[in-house]
Design a protein around this ligand. Sequence first.
Ligand code: ADP
Length: 491
Amino acid sequence: MNILFAASEAFPFIKTGGLGDVVHSLPIALNQLGDDVRLVLPAYRDVLASVDGLKELGFWDLPGADVTHRVRILQAHHEGLTDYLYLIDVPSLFDRAGNPYVHSDGFNWPDNAERFTVFSRAVAQMAKGIPGTDWHPDVVHCHDWQTGLVPAFLSMAHPRPKTVFTIHNLAYDGHFSRDDFTRLALPPEWWSPDYVEFYGGFSMLKAGMVFADQVTTVSPTYAREICTPEYGYRFEGVLQHLGDKLSGILNGIDLEIWNPETDDHLVQNYSVENSKQRQPWVKAKLANKNELLTQIRLTRADVPVKAPLLGFIGRLVEQKGVDLITDMLAELFRTTDAVMIILGSGDSLYEAELTKLADKYPARLHVHIGYSEYLAHRIEAGCDLFLMPSRFEPCGLNQMYSLRYGTPPVVNFTGGLADTVTDATAMALKDKTANGFVFNDVHADALLSAIKRALTIYKKPKQWQQLCETAMQQKLGWEASANKYQALYQK
Ligand code: ADP
């Protein structure tokens, strides 16, 4: 089938979270299964700077907020991505450096409603025909609120391709004002609770849900959870109404980028499969741990290398349960010999609190505020345990990376974490299905007691190594998910 992927970010150009990884990997997996997937992105400055063979295919004049924009459709090439990459070029909206959604001061770009309405209008136009090509998509697969208006615009076209809308995180709803709605010249009949109106404004996320032919989320458990008020962010009614139009397909991970056997960032590579003798991976993992401890200067006389090293990587936001970590660290350090490294950026309050804690416990805690792919790989490989106490988690990638790197995750039982981590109960340890530690209460005490359970098993090398090997052998690639998307497209 011909599939047009529309998204607001994609690794390796511009990535703020799991969305960028999915938009990179899923098209590649689908193309390997025989589909013809092409990707369309906004022509941000960083994207234009990293592609080759830019070619202008044509242009349209499309409405923005009280103005008409000249929108150029570019074709580009980037090694390792889909053969056809299309860019929607409107310099006044997208030729900006840095983050695709927020200004360097952390505030949303004030014209986000206009930026992603124009992008969505252009994608809907492409779905009907791309200048200079006779390629037509059978399905347009849209991702998150930035593309939510694409199915809405396409609903007015006849004939039209089918639309799939994937929600990567319900917490970001693309909510804008009535004034924006009017200035963007959106059809007045959409201003209704049955369509895009949402609590006094309108939501582009809701537009995607209401108008798409199929709606998916990135894990089966999250698809169920968001139909409840606890996780629904006020969309639970809309979501319940979707019935079997809504389903969950678990994300995979990129097995080449996240492969401890070939990962250039590691000081020693390892894998379970290629272990000639038993457990050389244990030694290699220890070498990575030692290197990481040295790098972050936690190798002091009072921190023996055998002290368990805990890791966290992620956006420092409430969703990720950062407060559960900060609330239990003092007690963790008081009652165990564990040490910890944290990599992340986000909420300035969390950043300040973590920095303060790192100053207070210099021999036990290292905090790196910022974004570092390199350090993320080293943490996944060098740590003994990976913490992911998210309040909700649509899918989560980091717990899957940590499974693959033999670093058992400690997770809250929610969303994709519930779908990928099997708790080390006595039974699961016995039948060798355990791959991590799960707790059920969003509270620092629950996290701490799960860590302590893990540390008890950590002291029993045979049991621990079995747990790590089960984790490393888990099937986490994109193939199974890509098959499920194919079945959905066929439907
Ligand atoms: P989310 O999409 O909610 O941010 P995921 O776990 O699905 O969470 O994906 C996060 C992605 O972003 C992972 O690839 C993770 O490694 C990466 N990431 C997040 N914060 C950082 C950081 N500070 N440095 C490096 N990588 C990060």
